[in-house]
Design a protein around this ligand. Structure first.
Ligand code: NAD
Length: 348
């Protein structure tokens, strides 16, 4: 018996990087129908598999007219929509509010009395709750004690989502669990996906796909602050596995890390990617980014292992190898996605 046999599910933000990987894994797990709601702000419809069980509603989950049509027909809901990412949210905090905070509030408020849904999984972010330190990092636990000095509107919105998740559970019993992802990487993260969001971070979304793309093109990688910052890099199929485990075994309204527990410095990541792609162009060192106070961090894996039986299984070497292979295979598509922002990039 497959784990999601004959279920109807909703994936909000399902055309995105993590969402589209989750959709693929859910199809393999026997779902009957997947409804995706995605306004394609940071994704393109090609990301979704061509399968009659997948239906894309290309609109915002904060659209009142659309919400009216969203009835109590789902067994599981994953809420992955976000305004991607930190730098775009600093550029346009109101767009972040519309697509990051308001999306969570409107979705949770709308489904609060749904009877059929067994679990709603909200994607929080480990970065939003981690201690801001460039000193040695302690594993971030799933505590709800959070300092109120977020680095960006994005990270504040991710915490608001957690506040609302707990609130709607307490007030209405809505079965929302909170996933806190560490840094996800892997196939399906298309540089420049979606619409221009005000800064070059629209193209250079995250460190891993940016490094892989530049290294494959023989360009020098740039690291800020000597590359001393560390992250817990987790492969996307492990994250999708964690998201499914949370739907089946997570206890509302608890928070669970979706992490590897392994710390990798940005400098080591750059060296590793250069080695694996045979890129010999030297690394350029830049000063620290002014807005970024989040130095070293990784997530504790204990609770997810104990309560969900979830453990990430992909090593960074294997994950990078798969990412490099996928990037080579999708070179044309990624290049097109980057080029479409040229008019904005040239004005920066
Ligand atoms: N990728 C990571 O490293 C990481 C780390 C921590 C947390 N997360 C969280 O995981 C989730 C998925 O991230 P991702 O990396 O796949 O990002 P992504 O940008 O690829 O996916 C987000 C999706 O949400 C969609 N979206 C934006 N506004 C929307 C709206 N108003 N209504 C419906 N859809 C909307 C976007 O078009 C996009 O498809 C996000 O909530 C993100 O905050 C990701």
């Amino acid at each position: 018996m497959k784990r999601f046999e004959n279920t109807n599910v909703l994936v909000v933000g399902g055309a995105g990087f993590v969402g589209s990987n989750l959709v693929r894994m859910l199809l393999a797990e026997g779902v009957a129908r997947i409804e995706v709601v995605d306004n394609l702000l940071s994704s393109d419809p090609e990301n979704l598999p061509n399968d009659p069980r997948v239906v894309l509603n290309a609109c915002s989950i904060a659209d009142d007219l659309f919400l009216k049509s969203l009835t109590d027909r789902f067994d599981y809901i994953w809420h992955l929509a976000t305004f991607h990412g930190n730098q775009s949210s600093i550029h346009d905090p109101l767009a972040d509010h519309e697509n990051n905070t308001l999306t969570s509030l409107k979705l949770f408020n709308h489904i609060r009395d749904f009877k059929r849904v067994k679990k709603v999984v909200y994607s929080g972010a480990g970065c939003a709750v981690a201690e801001k330190t460039f000193g040695p990092a302690e594993a971030t636990e799933e505590t709800d004690l959070v300092a109120i000095d977020g680095d960006s509107p994005y990270s504040l919105s991710k915490i608001f989502g957690e506040f609302y998740a707990k609130y709607f559970f307490k007030q209405y019993g809505t079965p929302i669990v909170r996933a806190r992802f560490q840094n996800v990487y892997g196939p399906g993260e298309v540089l420049g996906a979606g619409r221009w969001r005000g800064t070059p971070a629209t193209v250079w979304r995250n460190v891993t796909p940016s490094f892989v793309w530049k290294a494959l093109n023989g360009e020098g990688l740039t690291v800020e602050n000597e590359g001393i910052a560390t992250r817990d890099f987790i492969f996307v199929s492990d994250v999708a596995e964690g998201l499914m485990a949370l739907a089946l075994k997570g206890k509302a309204p608890e928070a669970y890390n979706i992490a590897t527990g392994v710390e990798t410095s940005i400098s080591n990541l750059a060296d590793l990617i250069n080695r694996m792609t045979e890129n010999r162009t030297p690394i350029t060192r830049l000063p620290k980014r002014a807005w970024d106070h989040s130095g070293k961090r990784f997530g504790s894996t204990e609770k997810a292992k104990r309560d969900l039986g979830f453990e990430a299984t992909t090593s960074i070497e294997d994950g990078l190898e798969a990412t490099i292979r996928w990037t080579k295979e999708n070179r044309k598509r990624i290049d097109h996605s980057i080029q479409k922002h040229n008019i904005h990039m040239n004005n920066k």
